[in-house]
Ligand binder design. Structure first.
Ligand code: UD1
Ligand code: CA
Length: 452
């Protein structure tokens, strides 16, 4: 059985009132069209065809060669959109799955069930319908006295009686490829000057063929996005689904209503997420971690048994047993090796802190490499920027930096080196030497011993 998926994404999305094409608006941290693309790839195993029009360039840029594109200009309706795809079919397809890119909350399982239903169906169409009180402007699914689907009427064209119908078209269908190819051009022009894909239902019935509907049991799947109000509704549903998925997988979420975990995040077992925490992007967090409250984490790799307390972590790595906060900020390229402790008001950017190093209070490390077991005294700062370029600071194992040390980069402190409080280090300090003053000078050699 050969299945091809078509994703309709050419519409303007006027009701979003945005310069950004509707299907590129982020949902759960990624452009909403990605959800249909992911489902399509999973279900057919082949590149889906995405029909683009408004904002075509941006959509193409986002999806690249994950999919195939077909242009629709002008946009004369959903039927017209599918018509543009016909020349790109090989003729070997058995089934065509059609989805609208503004319906991102469909479960893969539902789509699979839809395809299976159509596979065993004598007629040419299975559509997905949804019930409920809120029509959301959807087309109505009209059934005959026997309860068989006989047409879909758009809300704008529906009679008052039809408007009372409480079964709606979700705009997700599975068609017999052969029948679709042969009949698409029969769609008449609507009073609005568009070709409605939905008219194919009436056409099949006129020909004496059967159309069946798969009615959703989870209505949240059919939250389509036409406005920013819908976008927020979809976001809330997605958030709840994601939180529930992680709780089922063994993550404790103290308050799911204030916990925001984006779609591509991965969390380990027995990790606890405290309130007001946002975990974004391609973040991975290991087991037995304690995250939050009041933390924002984005594109970070966090090992096992870590603590992030009221802090911000962006594009950074925390190995196992690292703890930061409160009020810490790890920026791009920060890498804290195993057992690093970073306390209040620390900031680290593009720097490596070796295993067991400690930085307890009010410090900034940028463009620095620290060895193991370094003690960074309160108020230590790398003066890494000379007004033109960023310079590197290198600090050996077991270095002890006195409070308020200024490291004027480029500069290097050898293994076991010490600085006195308030030292302004402008020149390299050799191994096991104590330097003090402004500018700092070496006043003594130190005995070689391990630091704790
Ligand atoms: C459509 C259905 C309606 C259904 C509703 C559910 C039709 C005529 N109506 O209405 O029965 O209840 O979805 O969400 O199909 N698109 C194109 N090219 C076009 C027009 C639209 O690619 O020329 C794409 C849009 O980008 C969008 C999808 O098709 O992803 C649906 O279009 P939209 O205008 O949102 O249709 P609805 O009015 O929601
Ligand atoms: Ca829509």
């Amino acid at each position: 059985m050969k299945l091809i998926a078509i994703i309709l994404a050419a519409g303007q999305g006027t009701r979003m009132r945005s310069k950004l094409t509707k299907v590129l608006h982020p949902l759960g941290g990624k452009p909403m069209i990605r959800y249909s693309v992911e489902n399509a790839l999973r279900i057919s195993g082949e590149k889906p065809i995405v029909v683009v029009g408004h904002g075509a360039e941006q959509v193409k840029q986002l999806l690249g060669d994950e999919v195939r594109f077909v242009e629709q200009t002008p946009q004369l309706g959903t039927g017209h959109a599918v018509l543009q795809v016909l020349p790109h079919l090989s003729g070997e397809e058995d089934l065509v799955l059609i989805m609208a890119a503004d319906m991102p909350l469909f479960h893969y399982e539902t789509l699979k069930q839809l395809v299976e239903m159509q596979q065993h169906h004598a007629g040419p169409i299975t559509l997905v319908s949804v019930g409920g009180d809120d029509s959301r402007g959807f087309g109505r699914v009209i059934r005959d006295v026997q309860g068989q689907v006989c047409s879909v009427i758009e809300e704008a064209q529906a009679t008052p009686d039809e408007l009372r119908i409480r079964e709606y078209n979700t705009s997700v269908y599975c068609f017999s490829a052969k029948w679709l190819t042969a009949n698409l051009s029969r769609i008449p022009l609507s009073p609005k000057g568009e070709y409605y894909l939905t008219d194919l239902v009436g056409i099949a019935i006129q020909d004496g063929l059967s159309v069946q509907a798969l009615k959703l049991t989870d209505n949240s799947e059919a939250i389509g996005i036409n406005t920013r109000i819908h976008l927020a509704e979809a976001e809330a549903v997605l958030r709840q689904r994601i939180n529930q998925q992680w709780m089922m997988a063994g993550v404790t979420i103290i308050d799911p209503t204030t916990t925001y975990i984006e779609s591509d995040v991965v969390l380990g077992m027995d990790t606890t997420i405290h309130p007001n925490t946002i975990i974004r992007g391609k973040t991975e967090i290991g087991e037995n971690c304690c995250i939050g409250p009041n933390s924002v984490i984005r594109d970070a790799h966090i090992g096992n048994r870590c603590k992030v307390f009221a802090s911000v972590v962006e594009k950074a790595i925390m190995e196992d047993d690292v703890d930061i906060g409160p009020f810490g900020h790890l920026r791009s390229g920060a890498h804290l090796a195993q057992g690093v402790h970073m306390g209040n008001f620390g900031e680290v950017k593009n720097s490596y802190l070796g295993p067991g190093s400690k930085m307890g209070h009010f410090s900034y490390l940028g463009d620095a490499t620290l060895g193991a077991k370094v003690n960074v005294g309160a108020g230590t700062i790398t003066c890494n920027y000379d007004g033109e370029k960023k310079n590197h600071t290198e600090i050996g194992d077991c270095v002890f930096l006195g409070s308020d040390t200024m490291l004027v980069a480029p500069v290097k402190i050898g293994e076991g080196g010490h600085t006195g409080a308030g030292a302004v280090v402008t020149k390299d300090i050799p191994d096991y030497s104590l330097a003090v003053g402004v500018p700092a000078r070496v006043i003594r050699k130190l005995e070689k011993r391990g630091q704790t």
